[in-house]
Design a protein around this ligand. Structure first.
Ligand SMILES: N[C@@H](CCC(=O)N[C@@H](CS)C(=O)NCC(=O)O)C(=O)O
Length: 227
């Protein structure tokens, strides 16, 4: 007789496979090999559950089912995972100066790269009469400024901060992946292009990218036939 012991997986992630911020939370889960139950918000019942747990209704949202702890915001999810379900390398280094740098880079990728990319993508979803040409132009200018700053920074380093993948790289991967689709990095910023390539070569990132392939047709304005 075979006894099957089913360990209860306490973590649930509300997410969507195509969603950039979902990737940010998925990457550290994959890096650490932490088991979790994925719940795709494409299902209206799952989306409603997520909204009940987090009325702001953005995703990802992580729930620790034993305690009922509900955590939105990808950076906060990563900080929680790092302390309660750590992987082989810390996502937030213990050295206070390195940690500060990681958090700064996380803010840089979210606030200036990711937000600018989302502005351009979001504009494509608007009624043509209500498009925000000035906002999109400003987002493109911000991406150029961000790419230029990052190009210098990535010239002599493998990852965003220190010698291993951190929270900053989890923020960078989805932000740069999609930013390049809507505002190409091109040949002007070889350091950024190479860093994006290194991120895409990471198995955790590759898995997020591959799992999203069946959903690419949903990308506003059409997905690019590359990556
Ligand atoms: N600050 C949030 C942003 C999350 C976010 O913008 N998620 C997008 C998906 S990538 C979303 O929820 N979009 C749905 C919406 O805007 O209604 C985080 O860091 O997790």
């Amino acid at each position: 007789m075979q006894l099957v012991c089913e360990a209860r997986v306490p973590l649930t992630l509300y997410y969507h496979p195509l969603s950039s911020y979902s990737w940010k939370a998925l990457i550290p889960l994959y890096e650490a090999g932490t088991p979790f139950t994925p719940r795709n918000i494409d299902d209206t019942q799952v989306a409603a559950e997520r909204k009940r747990r987090w009325p702001i209704a953005r995703f990802p949202v992580l729930v620790e089912e034993t305690s009922g702890l509900t955590l939105p915001e990808a950076s906060i999810i990563i900080e929680y995972l790092d302390s309660h379900y750590p992987g082989p390398q810390p996502m937030l280094p213990s050295d206070p100066d390195l940690r500060l740098e990681v958090r700064l880079l996380d803010r840089f990728f979210d606030n200036y790269v990711h937000a600018s990319m989302q502005k351009i993508v979001g504009d494509r979803l608007r009624d043509p009469q209500r498009r925000d040409a000035q906002g999109v132009e400003e987002a493109r200018a911000m991406l150029d400024t961000g790419y230029a700053w990052l190009d210098v920074r990535t010239a002599d380093r493998e990852w965003a901060v220190g010698g291993s993948v951190t929270l900053a790289d989890c923020a960078a991967a989805p932000a740069l992946f999609y930013a390049d689709w809507v505002h190409p990095i091109g040949n002007a910023f070889p350091g950024v292009a190479a860093y994006r390539g290194r991120l895409l070569g990471r198995p955790s990132v590759k898995r997020a990218v591959d799992d999203a392939r069946p959903f690419r047709a949903l990308f506003p304005g059409g997905a690019l036939d590359r990556d």
